[in-house]
Structures are given as C-alpha cells and as structure tokens.
Design a protein around this ligand. Structure first.
Ligand SMILES: [Zn+2]
Length: 378
C-alpha cells in the first residue's frame, strides 16, 4: 500500500488528517463542498488532500447527490478495509482469532480447539500456520495487515517479551520470543483482560468514559481504563480483580490462595468442574435443577461482592466481559438488584453493564491498538 506520509509538512499533514477524521466521524458520506464549508478550508486545498487520500486508498467515492447548482456533488467516505489488524487469543487447547478493520468493527472470527500445550516445541509454528490459514479463509489482504496482537491470560510486562505468570495456563516466565519470531507481521502480546477492556472502551464510535472491565472466563481478570489509558500499576498487576478476596478461608484458587473471586466465579465452576458445558449449566438452571440453583446463588453472591468492591474503589462504570458473559444477559437485572442492596450510594446500579460483544473480545482489543495507532498517524 502507498505510504501517505512521505516528506510533507506538519501543517499539511494536520489538514489532511482533519479531512480524513471528518469523514471518519461523519455518519453519512460527505461532499468536497461539505468538507470545505465545515472545516473552513479552501476548495483547492480540499481537492489536493482528497486526491492524496484517494490515491492512498484510504477514502472512496460513495455515489453522488444533486446539488443546488444542478451538477451532482460526489460523495466521499472512508474505506474501512484499507487496513486491518488481527488478534489471537491463546488459552489452554484453544486458539481464537479476530480481525478488525479501520471502522473498528470485527470483520472475521475463528475458534479452533487443538491439543498443543503452550510450551510444546511445535506450538509457535502451529500458531503461525493457523494464522496464515485464518488470513486466507477471511480473505484478508496481507499488505493491509497492520499487525497481530496476542492476548494471553497472564501478566505481561510492557516490553511484551515474556509471560511472567499465567495460572490458568500453568506457566511462569515463559519467553514469547519464539512465537513473536514465527509471525511475519508486527506482533504485540498483551494481557487478555487488558485487551478485552480496551476493545470495550475503543470499539464502536460512541462516547467513552473511564471503565473497569471484569473478565469472567476460566480465569477471572480485569482492566482499569482511565480515559482510554490503562492504569497498569507498579508491577503490571492492576485490575487483577480475580484475586481479590470475597470469602476469607474460602475455596482454593488457581493462584494458591483461598477465597479469591476467581475461585468463586471462574466459568470452570459452572462447567468443567461439573463435567458439563456452560450451555448445559444454564439450561439446567432454567429448568430448576436444585444443585445448579444452589451453585448459581453462591456464584452470584460472590460476584456481587467483587463488583461492589470494584465500584467502591474506582467509582466508574463496570463492564462484564469474557466468555461467560455470553450467558449472563438474562441475569443482569437480578445482579443489579443484589448490587443495589450492597451499595450505600446508588440505588439503580446502571453502572453495571455487559460487554457490547457477543463473543469474547479479548483478542479484539489488542488488534484495535494497531488500528488506533494507524488512525492517529493519518
Ligand atoms: Zn487467586
């Protein structure tokens, strides 16, 4: 793809950027005359920049509408597929892929169970091969791929070279160099909950605010986003809500301690621990299964303690994400009610909501970081 930023002045780049982002944010296609009027730019300046953006493949014509002068005005819009980025979620015996385009929408998805362990010798090559297959199956153009993000349920320092600790994958200090080297695109490993939280914050186009993201899957994790920046903490462990205590001396957690939120609200507790799937659990719950009902009450009670602690600490909206939340929507009203009983300040608890994504978004967010950086560079 042509490079847009060959030796032009900052001022010219800013003008072109303002035109691109004007079109990006417009719900409908706009004409050159609209751009000139709304951005207070001369028509020759608009023409010149539009030509450059068209040549770079970043915008396109979208038909025409009649104008007052009789001559139809050509309408312009951004080309969402001009660039894309991919995210890969690495969990035990499962790879999930998602791709996003410049509109920040998910454009492809694949879920692949497998028998490898993350530490197996052939694992990196297996991931790299599967990635290429995903690119072909999704008809993504390789010269448009900005990068590949890898989301891992573990603690990853900012240099992104190592997974320091991933209890649900049973790994400590795992180097990611082999995996990074096997993938022929820019690669960014990121914590899965940070990635899911970023997808929640950055995906779509509506207004954004600070959020706490609580990811409910086999592991329970989280992320704190303050105006779009992740608060990572001094040791990259911010948002580890899964290992806050919700029951002193309670159930044993994967981290080795007792009473953690993860020990009570892992998806495992409602599925593999019972030898069933999550879908079977929730079907049984709806049918009045007594064992499931008692377990669900215990699950909710501890989830609400965790949610209440997050709200009292951070005073921001809380978004529930992760694989388990695909089943939680019908139970959101009762969770809010329980939360309201605990809350000394708010009685409606509308600060609690479920992820905008029907599937797990943990690989989408890290893909969206490439999209964000690219959009900022235009
Ligand atoms: Zn724990």
């Amino acid at each position: 793809m042509p490079n847009l930023n060959n030796a032009i002045s900052d001022r010219r780049r800013q003008t072109r950027s303002s035109i691109y982002h004007y079109l990006y944010q417009s719900p409908d296609p706009r004409s050159k005359q609209d751009i000139s009027r709304d951005l207070n730019l001369s028509l020759p300046t608009v023409y010149q920049n539009i030509t450059e953006l068209l040549d770079a493949g970043l915008i396109e014509y979208a038909g025409s509408t009649p104008s007052a002068g009789g001559r139809p005005a050509m309408q312009l819009r951004i080309t969402p597929g001009a660039r894309c980025a991919i995210g890969i979620s690495v969990t035990g015996h499962r790879l999930r892929f998602a791709a996003a385009d410049l509109s920040r929408e998910e454009i492809a998805y694949k879920d692949l169970p497998h028998s490898y362990n993350v530490e197996d010798e052939g694992y990196s090559a297996f991931v790299a091969d599967t990635l290429e297959r995903f690119i072909d199956e999704s008809r993504l153009k390789r010269d448009r791929i900005l990068g590949v993000g890898i989301s891992v349920a573990g603690i990853i320092p900012p240099d992104s070279s190592t997974v320091l600790f991933a209890p649900t994958l049973y790994i400590r200090n795992l180097s990611l160099k082999g995996l990074i080297d096997a993938i022929p695109y820019p690669v960014l490993p990121w914590n899965d909950a940070s990635s899911g939280g970023f997808a929640e914050w950055y995906g779509g186009k509506e207004a954004r605010e600070s959020i706490a993201f609580l990811s409910l899957a086999e592991g329970v994790g989280g992320a704190v986003l303050v105006n779009g920046d992740q608060y990572i903490g001094n040791n990259y462990r911010s948002g580890e809500f899964g290992h806050t205590c919700v029951e002193p001396n309670g159930l044993l957690c994967s981290c080795g301690k007792r009473g953690c939120l993860e020990a009570y609200c892992s998806s495992k507790r409602l599925s593999t621990d019972l030898g069933i799937t999550l879908a079977e659990f929730f079907a049984g719950l709806e049918n009045g299964n007594k064992e499931y009902t008692a377990l669900w009450e215990d699950f909710k009670t501890h989830l609400v303690i965790g949610l209440h602690n997050i709200r009292m600490t951070l005073d921001c909206d809380i978004v529930l994400g992760g694989y388990l939340t695909g089943f939680l929507k019908p139970y959101l009203p009762e969770l809010k009610e329980m939360l309201a009983e605990a809350d000394p300040f708010d009685k409606d608890c509308n600060y609690l909501r479920i992820s905008r994504y029907s599937k797990d978004s943990s690989m989408l967010g890290v893909a969206l970081t490439f999209i964000r950086d690219y959009l900022n560079s235009i």
